[in-house]
Design a protein around this ligand. Structure first.
Ligand SMILES: Cc1ncc(COP(=O)(O)O)c(C=O)c1O
Length: 399
């Protein structure tokens, strides 16, 4: 045995599994179009790039403060007050992390014991499962259902998922892959449940700025003093500022939890590169016009995708309230979502992810990303429509 047993509990993400399949086809000479990934194609705004260049020239090349450069923690505290109505002490209640990925990993490390259960909506971003497993936890899906064209969970679903070993409730708003932006009332119901069952809450808010039709993001931590006291807020600059490759994010929470998380973070990272942290200050404190432009661009793409996929037999697009994905209800095609995905990949040459990759409640749906726009989106949608029409005529009793 060369590799530790705990590694056997880890899974590549659905994106990586599908990517492997796609690369095999490409190696055989196929040309594919990807409507799969959650990577915005909008570039990092120039003023942030320039701030990074300046940081290098100014000699910000040593180790960062392991909790995060003080000036960045201050900028994060200002952002949380400005956008979320939340007050955190920059000196003790904020931790700068290597993207949301390391924030989630570190929060789970600080909050769960081996054998604990983590409740999380189903379907959900599948990369939560492995960090839960690394710390000896067990994911417990909270089954959602589609009501009035959107995925939602109710109190009964929360209670059904609960076990005596439940310790953490993990929420994601806007919710990947479903596109639901949780309402104040829905989050209040979740936090009431968390209080009744004495659960900690991890709130991943990475798609916070990608919210459409004038809706507003609500951070669970902002609901009440009790909610704030039991919540670790996780966020990152990846999606908001087109900074997926910069690897910078942050967490905010009660001092005791954040300090425990710092101890964990110090063991595998010392935080994002110092120069990146200084550029992040410029992102958070600088002009937010690019954020508004990006949101408008993604809302237009969303509308375009929904329009292009409306009216196809056996297929219903769910209009996302936020995020980068349209969930396509393909139950009318009478096949499992993974079969539909595979047909679309092999026959139509378009790469998507099947809903069941995100949990049993995602079965019957396909996730279509509009993170890439322009020609990629146009050609991808053409292929997708053609492939779906073929599947529909094969499913029809009178072809
Ligand atoms: C819900 C969710 N959380 C976290 C991440 C990872 O974020 P980061 O790039 O900040 O590590 C993603 C990336 O797609 C995501 O969809």
């Amino acid at each position: 045995m060369n590799v530790a047993e705990r590694v056997s509990t880890l899974q590549p993400t659905a994106v990586n599994r599908v990517l492997l399949e796609a690369r095999q086809l490409q190696a055989e000479g196929r040309t594919l179009i990807s409507l799969m990934r959650g990577q915005p194609d909008t570039p990092t705004p120039t003023h942030i790039v320039e701030a990074a260049e300046r940081a290098l020239r100014d000699g910000h090349t040593g180790y960062p403060d392991n909790q995060g450069e003080p000036i960045l923690r201050q900028a994060i505290a200002e952002k949380l007050r400005r956008d979320n109505g939340l007050t955190y002490d920059a000196s003790r209640e904020i931790l700068v992390t290597d993207g949301a990925t390391s924030g989630i990993f570190t929060a789970l490390a600080a909050l769960i014991q081996p054998g604990d259960d983590v409740l999380l909506p189903d379907p959900i971003y599948d990369a939560y499962a492995s960090p839960i497993a690394i710390w000896g936890g067990q994911p417990r899906p909270i089954r959602s259902a589609i009501h009035a064209g959107r995925f939602a969970i109710d109190r009964a679903a929360l209670e059904a998922a609960y076990t005596p070993r439940s310790r953490v409730l993990l929420l994601n708003t806007p919710w990947n892959p479903t596109g639901t932006v949780w309402t104040h009332a829905e989050l209040t119901a979740c936090l009431d449940f968390a209080a009744a069952r004495d659960l900690r809450v991890i709130s991943d808010e990475i798609y916070e700025s990608l919210i459409y039709d004038g809706r507003r993001h609500v951070s669970p931590a902002a609901l009440s003093p009790d909610a704030r006291a039991r919540t670790v807020l996780v966020n990152s600059l990846s999606k908001t500022y087109g900074m997926t490759g910069w690897r910078v994010g942050y967490c905010a929470g009660p001092v005791e939890i954040i300090q425990a998380m710092l101890l964990v973070l110090q063991q595998f990272s010392r935080g994002p590169a110092t120069l990146v942290q200084h550029a992040a200050v410029s992102a958070l404190r600088g002009d937010q016009a690019s954020v508004r432009t990006t949101t408008a661009e993604y809302q237009a793409r969303r509308d375009h995708v929904v329009q292009a996929l409306t009216g196809l037999p056996g297929v219903v697009p769910l209009v996302p309230e936020g995020g980068l994905f349209v969930m396509l209800d393909v139950r009318g095609l009478g096949r499992r979502s993974d079969d539909v995905r595979r047909f679309l990949l092999h026959d139509a040459g378009v790469v998507l992810i099947h809903g069941s990759a995100y949990g049993a409640a995602g079965e019957g749906a396909l996730r279509v990303s509009f993170a890439a726009g322009g020609v990629t989106l146009e050609r991808g949608l053409e292929r997708l429509r053609d492939g779906l029409l073929k599947l529909a005529s094969a499913a029809s009793p009178n072809p």
